[in-house]
Design a protein around this ligand. Structure first.
Ligand SMILES: Cc1cc2nc3c(=O)[nH]c(=O)nc-3n(C[C@H](O)[C@H](O)[C@H](O)COP(=O)(O)OP(=O)(O)OC[C@H]3O[C@@H](n4cnc5c(N)ncnc54)[C@H](O)[C@@H]3O)c2cc1C
Length: 650
């Protein structure tokens, strides 16, 4: 079928900074752009306040040093690099560690109220991979408080605009239940975006010289996930089609503890705070099996006996932490191995037990959401019985390639922050590092987007021809087709199965090849998706458009996972089980062939790109023995020589 030109009515809007996504990263970016005086529009696919960030439970990691004064940005940086197995964009990890504390304090000036220590400071809890208690939290509902506070700040800025300009929306406007389907460009500069309102199908073209992508992750491409419906990789796909690049899309975090039973709730997250607050993992034989899975790179930092691990909760300075608090990739793989070895629970998970370790009062106070989640969804009282848990697709470390300082992508005027951006977390994210990432890089993206607009001599122009193409693309699933019409829900389920079984937690080359083949087979069928009904509240139409994004992003993940023949962080290859220092020097970068790719084209190319060298002053923060586990001999030699030179020069 050839798409006919459309003579649709299109609502036209204009602003200086367009923020796509109203989670933590988007809202923080919007606040910064508005504070810089820019006319800002924030778009959200879901209802305002319902972004994924609201679901975050455990907390925001920042080296405030409130519970252990030995904490500092340097320790946080070290933990983040270790967690990411040294694949992190070191500069992002450094900025994040240096600025996270300031961003958390700033949230309190906006009205957030974190839990307190006995002496009235912001309380911090333990989490996997963090050397000291570091997660500022509000019970197990931290994301809710973060979103509430950022929204409150936005409302206060709108009230200011009402006083000054007689219009709440004068400089900061929210459009919720609105999906962006295409970025618009003028040469290599972004010029705006195109989308539709979910409630009535109204089409929108928004002129904006700077656009911040803050659309979150990709989890809905997998069958078992902790992510909500809106995580369909839209921002990744929008960026790719506009000519930006995606980095290391093979690194996907499978959180070790999702619910496994009943089937209707499979994948829903069980926060890591349960383990941070003393919960332990046991197999069906009652063994605390994590002691058998401490990898060599972490052996020095983790307890060897249950007694030592238990003592750590009250005396962390003189004991090593229990292996239940290893980084997530390690714990997820261990659970997978136990279940595979026949030591799993009846429903294919393992037991997570806090009931025998803490009293009921403590559990209901520290973990109120977990208590209610299990009581209401699984009829399990976690103060009295163990939970059944197993790995669930949770977070993507890969994402849009950005510059560390200003969050700009390869497309001029296009910025990305939050989960949609890549690099910060390397091959594996530490729990709590996302919420602080949103604040640090959300602010940077908003600030630099505003500065970019200030520096423009001429605004990029919207091209009517692009709006016409975008209109045809958006309405395509509602048009008749000459081929066999496909159902979007069935295809999504097929794609989720392919990713789950062939690109999941444990990968093999032949299975990845099979996945690439099967995804290719889906491409034509997705182009033939047609849905009944009109444009008002039509979930079939919405999903039909999301499918294009899911397919493009799934292709990137499968290709990169096949290419990287080693195991590291959120990428485990059964046929290449070791981490290989040579691979640490290589970023895998995806692009589309065209700089203005139509949504019907799901082909991507992959290339290798060198990982920037970590400067000597940051390498010095690690012991040489530890570096030797990650770096090649050549790098080690050069890095340490440079460090010595730097010291000599002081
Ligand atoms: C259950 C759960 C618990 C978690 N707990 C923690 C924790 O304790 N600590 C931590 O650090 N991390 C945690 N995480 C991870 C963290 O919550 C996320 O990584 C983070 O919130 C992502 O924020 P974001 O701003 O990048 O995106 P989001 O908060 O997901 O926001 C994305 C926004 O983009 C919009 N959007 C998407 N596509 C489009 C489109 N095409 N057009 C318009 N709008 C669009 C969405 O509607 C939404 O408004 C948790 C994740 C889950 C699932």
């Amino acid at each position: 079928m050839t798409d006919q030109p459309h003579t649709e009515e299109i609502t036209r809007l204009s602003c200086d900074v367009l923020v796509i996504g109203a989670g933590g990263a988007g809202l923080r970016a919007a606040i910064e752009a508005r504070l810089a005086g820019k006319k800002t529009i924030v778009i959200s696919k879901s209802l305002f306040g319902k972004a994924h960030t609201v679901m975050a439970e455990g907390g925001a990691a920042a080296a405030l040093g409130n519970v252990n004064s030995r904490d500092s940005w340097k320790v946080h940086f070290r933990d983040t690099m270790r967690g990411g197995k040294f694949m992190n964009n070191y500069r992002m990890a450094q900025l994040h560690a240096q600025e996270a504390a300031q961003r958390v304090w700033e949230l309190e000036t906006y009205g957030a109220l974190f839990d307190r220590t006995a002496d009235g400071k912001i309380s911090q809890r333990n989490f996997g991979g963090h050397e000291y208690p570091r997660l500022a939290h509000v019970g197990d509902r931290t994301g809710l408080e973060m979103i509430r506070t950022l929204q409150q700040k936005i409302v206060s800025l709108q009230q200011e605009d009402q006083r000054e300009h007689g219009d709440y929306d004068a400089r900061l406007r929210i459009l919720d239940e609105t999906t962006i389907t295409r970025l618009l460009k003028d040469g290599n500069r972004v010029s705006g975006a195109f989308g539709y309102k979910r409630s009535n199908g109204e089409l929108l073209a928004i002129e904006a010289p700077a656009v911040v992508l803050a659309t979150g992750g990709i989890g809905k491409s997998f069958k078992v996930t902790s992510n909500s419906w809106e995580y369909t990789g839209d921002g990744h796909a929008l960026a790719l089609r506009a000519g930006a690049t995606l980095l290391n899309m093979e690194f996907i975090q499978f959180h070790p503890t999702g619910m496994v039973w009943p089937p209707s709730v499979r994948g829903i997250l069980v926060t890591e705070s349960v383990r941070g607050d003393g919960g332990v993992l046991r197999n069906s034989e009652g063994d605390r099996f994590m002691f058998n899975y401490i990898p060599d790179v972490f052996r020095a930092q983790y307890a060897e006996t249950e007694d030592e691990g238990d003592r750590w909760y009250t005396d962390p300075d003189n004991n090593r932490r229990p292996p239940e608090l290893l980084p997530r990739d390690e714990v997820a793989r261990a659970i997978n191995a136990e279940v595979k070895a026949g030591r799993g629970t009846e429903h294919g998970g393992v037991f997570l037990d806090i009931a025998s370790r803490r009293d009921a009062d403590y559990i209901t106070k520290q973990l109120p959401s977990m208590y209610h989640q299990f009581k209401e969804l699984a009829d399990v009282d976690i103060t009295a019985e163990a939970m059944e848990v197993g790995p669930t697709c949770h977070y993507i470390m890969g994402g849009i390639e950005v510059a560390a300082e200003d969050a700009q992508t390869k497309v001029t005027g296009l910025y990305a922050a939050g989960e949609v951006a890549g690099g910060m977390h390397g091959s594996n994210r530490l729990g709590g590092n996302s919420l602080s990432d949103l604040l640090v890089f959300g602010k940077r993206a908003g600030e630099h987007a505003a500065a970019y607009v200030d520096g423009l001599e001429e605004r990029p122009k919207l091209a009517e021809s692009q709006i016409e193409v975008a209109t045809s693309e958006a309405l395509r699933p509602l048009q008749p087709t000459s081929g066999k019409a496909e159902n979007p829900f069935g295809l999504q389920s097929e794609m989720q199965d392919i990713n789950h079984s062939l690109v999941g937690i444990i990968r093999r080359a032949e299975e990845l090849e099979e996945a690439i083949d099967k995804l290719r087979g889906l491409a034509d069928r997705i182009n033939n998706v047609r849905v009944p009904g009109g444009r008002a509240y039509n979930p079939g139409w919405h999903l039909a458009l999301d499918l294009y994004n899911m397919l493009l992003v799934s292709n990137c993940t499968a290709l990169a996972a096949l290419e990287r023949s080693e195991s590291r962080g959120g990428h485990t290859r059964e046929d290449a089980p070791k981490m290989d220092a040579k691979w640490r020097k290589i970023n895998l970068v995806c692009a589309t062939a065209d700089k203005d790719t139509p949504i019907t084209d799901s082909r991507v190319s992959l290339k290798r790109q060198p990982v920037p060298t970590i400067p000597a002053e940051l390498l010095e923060l690690f012991e040489p023995d530890e570096l030797a586990k990650y770096l090649t001999e050549e790098e080690l030699h050069l890095g340490l020589a440079a460090a010595t030179d730097a010291e000599d020069g002081e």
